[in-house]
Design a protein around this ligand. Structure first.
Ligand code: SAH
Ligand code: SF4
Ligand code: F3S
Length: 444
C-alpha cells in the first residue's frame, strides 16, 4: 500500500452499545493526545475509525457500506481503521474484502492504535485483535472534558454464553476493573464535568473487587464508594444479568439515594423452554421474583428489559408467554429485537429457524404492548414535579433537554444551565418524552 502523510484530523463513528460509545470516546481522546484533531463537521477526516457492533446482522453490513462511502472520486480513501466487535469477530474477512481498510483493531487492543497508525502511514496493513493481559485502561490518557452524564466501564466481557449471542466471543471473558482505578477514574470524570455516571459492563452486576481495606465487595460496594464523591449527583449501571442480581445490590436500591430508581434487566423471553434453549440461567418466574424484591426495596423503580422474538423453535404459544410477562411487569421502557442468527453461535444452526414474516408480526405485537406500557408509565408522572439533570439545549430558544431519575427524556422551558439539576413541573407526556416548565426555587 502507498505511504501517506500522518493524519492531522480524525473522526470516530460508533455503531454499538453504550460500551462501544465509551470505547469510541476513549479512542478519540487517545488520538487527541497524539496531536490529531477532530475533523470539523462536514469535512473529510484524514483518519476514520469505524467503531463497529456485531450483535445483529445489519450492524455488520453497515460497516461495508460505510467503507464504500468513504471512497473518494479518484479511488483513494482516508486512512480507515475498523474497530469494535466486528473487527474482533471478522478481522481477517474485513482485510480480505475491503482493501481500503488499513487497520483492524479489536475492543481489547485499541490502546495500541498510535503504533498501528505509524505502521499504516508507512503503507502497512495491520490487524490487532489480541486480548492482552495488560489492560488498555492503564494505557489510555486521563479524561479531561466530559458532558454532565458520563460512562465508566467497570466490567467487560461475558461468561454466560447465551446461545444466540456473539459478545462472549468478541469481548472475551468477564473481567472486573480494580476498585481503586475506578474510584480514581470516577473522581476525574466528576472533575471533568460529570454529574451523573453510568457504570457499564456486559454483565455489570457481575463486577467484583476489593475495597480500600481489602474486603471483597460487589457492585453495591462500588456504587456506595462512588456515592461518597460530593459533586457526583447520580449513579446508574447497565447492563445487568438476572443471575448476578445479588441481595446486596437489590438492597442498595433502597439505601443509596444517589443510585437512580431505574433497572435495566434483560429477560429475552417469557417462556421457560425458550429461555432454556437460549441458555439463560433464569426462568420467567425467577426473573419476576427478582423484580418483586427490587420493587420491595425501591417501590418507585422504573424497569427496563431486552427481548428477542423468533428465537429458533419459538411457537406462537411460547411467544404469547412473552406478551404475558410484559403484561405482568409493566415496563417503563424496553428494547426488542428480531432474532438474528450470528455465525459461530449455537443457535445459528438450530432447527426450526423462524420465518421473517412471523418474526415481523411478533415484533410488531410485542412493540405495541411495550409502547403502550411506556406511554402509561410516562403519563403516570403527569401533574407531578421531578428533578431533571440538564444535558443540553433543546431545539427552540429557552428550551432544554434532560433526564428524570427514571431515565425519561424531559423537555422543559425556563432558565437553566447544562449540568444543573432543576425541578420541572410535568405538563404533557408522549411515548418517548415528557414536557414541562421549570419551577423557580421560590415556588418549588
Ligand atoms: N449483556 C447484556 C446485553 C447484550 S446485547 C445482557 O445479557 O442482557 C443486548 C441485547 O441484544 C441482548 O439483551 C439481546 O436482547 C439482543 N441480542 C443479542 N444477540 C442477539 C441476536 N443474535 N439476535 C437478536 N438480538 C440479540
Ligand atoms: Fe450476550 Fe447473554 Fe452475555 Fe448478555 S449475558 S452478553 S446476551 S451472552
Ligand atoms: Fe455490539 Fe459489541 Fe456492544 S457486539 S452491542 S458493540 S459489546
Amino acid at each position: 500500500m502507498q505511504k501517506v502523510a500522518p493524519p492531522r484530523t480524525y473522526r470516530v463513528k460508533s455503531f454499538g452499545c453504550q460500551m462501544n460509545v465509551y470505547d469510541g470516546e476513549r479512542m478519540a481522546e487517545l488520538l487527541g493526545e497524539q496531536g490529531i484533531a477532530p475533523a470539523p463537521e462536514g469535512e473529510e477526516a484524514d483518519l476514520v475509525v469505524l467503531n463497529t457492533c456485531h450483535i445483529r446482522e445489519k450492524a455488520a453490513e453497515k460497516v461495508y457500506s460505510d467503507i464504500g462511502r468513504l471512497r473518494r472520486e479518484d479511488g483513494t480513501s482516508p486512512l480507515i481503521a475498523v474497530a469494535g466487535c466486528v473487527a474482533q469477530a471478522e478481522g481477517e474477512e474485513i482485510m480480505a474484502r475491503a482493501p481500503a481498510v488499513r487497520m483492524v483493531v479489536g475492543p481489547q487492543a485499541y490502546h495500541r492504535l498510535p503504533g498501528m497508525i505509524a505502521d499504516a502511514v508507512e503503507g502497512r496493513r495491520v490487524t490487532d485483535t489480541d486480548m492482552p493481559a495488560e489492560t488498555k485502561f492503564d494505557a489510555l490518557p486521563a479524561r479531561r472534558r466530559v458532558g454532565p452524564s458520563a460512562f465508566l466501564t467497570v466490567q467487560e466481557g461475558c461468561d454466560k454464553f447465551c446461545t444466540y449471542c456473539v459478545v462472549p466471543y468478541t469481548r472475551g471473558a468477564e473481567v472486573s476493573r480494580p476498585f481503586a482505578a475506578l474510584v480514581e477514574e470516577a473522581a476525574r470524570l466528576v472533575d471533568a464535568g460529570a454529574r451523573e455516571i453510568t457504570l457499564l459492563g456486559q454483565n455489570v452486576n457481575a463486577w467484583q473487587g476489593e475495597d480500600a481495606r481489602g474486603r471483597a465487595i460487589g457492585l453495591e460496594g462500588l456504587v456506595r464508594a462512588l456515592a461518597a464523591l460530593p459533586d457526583l449527583a447520580r449513579i446508574r449501571y447497565t447492563t445487568s444479568h438476572p443471575a448476578d442480581m445479588s441481595e446486596a445490590l437489590i438492597a442498595a436500591h433502597g439505601e443509596i439515594g444517589k443510585l437512580m430508581p431505574f433497572l435495566h434487566l434483560p429477560v429475552q423471553s417469557g417462556n421457560d423452554r425458550v429461555l432454556k434453549a437460549m441458555n439463560r440461567s433464569h426462568t420467567a418466574e425467577s426473573y419476576l421474583a427478582i423484580l418483586d424484591r427490587v420493587r420491595a426495596a425501591r417501590p418507585d423503580i422504573a424497569l427496563s428489559g431486552d427481548f428477542i422474538v423468533g428465537f429458533p423453535g419459538e411457537s406462537e404459544a411460547e411467544f404469547e408467554d412473552t406478551l404475558g410477562l410484559v403484561e405482568a411487569v409493566g415496563y417503563a421502557q424496553c428494547f426488542s429485537f428480531k432474532y438474528s442468527p450470528r455465525p459461530g453461535t449455537p443457535a445459528a444452526t438450530m432447527a426450526d429457524q423462524i420465518a421473517p414474516e412471523v418474526m415481523d408480526d411478533r415484533l410488531q405485537r410485542l412493540q405495541a404492548a411495550l409502547n403502550r406500557d411506556q406511554l402509561a408509565f410516562n403519563e403516570a408522572s403527569l401533574g407531578r414535579t421531578c428533578e431533571v439533570l440538564v444535558e443540553r439545549k433543546g431545539r427552540h430558544p429557552g428550551q432544554w433537554l434532560g433526564k428524570s431519575p427514571w431515565l425519561q427524556s424531559v423537555h422543559f422551558e425556563g432558565e437553566a444551565q447544562v449540568g444543573e439539576i432543576v425541578t420541572v413541573q410535568l405538563a404533557s407526556a408522549g411515548p418517548n418524552s415528557l414536557r414541562g416548565i421549570r419551577k423557580v426555587p421560590a415556588e418549588a
